[in-house]
Design a protein around this ligand. Sequence first.
Ligand code: SAM
Length: 296
Amino acid sequence: MSVDATRDPSAPAAALAPGLYIVASPIGNLADLSARAANVLRRADLIACEDTRVTATLLRAAGSTRPMLRFDAHRERARVDALVARMADEAVALVSDAGTPLVSDPGFLLVRAARAAGVPVTAVPGPCAAIAALSISGLPAGRFFFAGFLPARAAARDAAIAALVAIPGTLIFHETAPRLAATLDALARILGDRPAVVARELTKRHEEVVEGRLTELAARYRAHPPRGEIVLLVGSGEGEAATDADIDAALSRALRTMAPGRAAASVAAAFGLARGPLYARALALSGAAGGDRAGG
Ligand code: SAM
């Protein structure tokens, strides 16, 4: 058993040792605040946070009256040095508006600088929307790739998706409700019609987890635009039956955005096949489609 049963993590300690504490907070249900997190929030000298109004609610739930310092994405770079200097003799807790700091949230520069300065950095782990979604998705969780938010602009988004085509594990994205349907369409077009899961409003009243093929989900959410916060998960496509028709379909999709050489390489990686025969097929398909793109 890896839990340290000799320490009661919720018991008030005489003082919190100086350093940086990375404290996870609930993603929608305040009851998910851990006893240890509440304890650290009550004892830290300073709470660095994104939105002080959001964190004020968290601190009330924790019974904390400790001072807050705004540390959002716009202020991170400017405030790192002064904050690390304070950690020499103060305990600084970093929280996000929700979930685990650093995961699509500020904190990376602070942790890196604290570690470089030899400041102890302590994890107070807890909720994380991406991991919560993965844990209930029914998609393989042994290997996964967290891709965060995709770029907003379509061209950059498509390029970012194309770079994920050969990842041999479940893909996890943060996504906003207004963009969900367009993102599902783009994923289907570039990665193929893989199995996927939309996890919405986790731990909240309107929690909903919907699974289906990417094209089915795109149609569903285009017809019924969703609200709330969303984690989108996409199966790796591995283990799917790779018939000639499947391979041709994947090559044809890839050829819409790639030259035959790259299309063959990405489809070969996705299906675990040799590139050579697929390159010949990609050339034939691009010729049949009237395309005259440079291969390579
Ligand atoms: N650091 C946070 C974490 O560990 O969960 C994530 C912060 S990121 C700025 C916010 C995104 O997380 C949302 O846009 C959504 O994609 C996802 N998210 C946060 N809370 C969620 C929830 N209750 N249900 C589903 N997704 C959620």
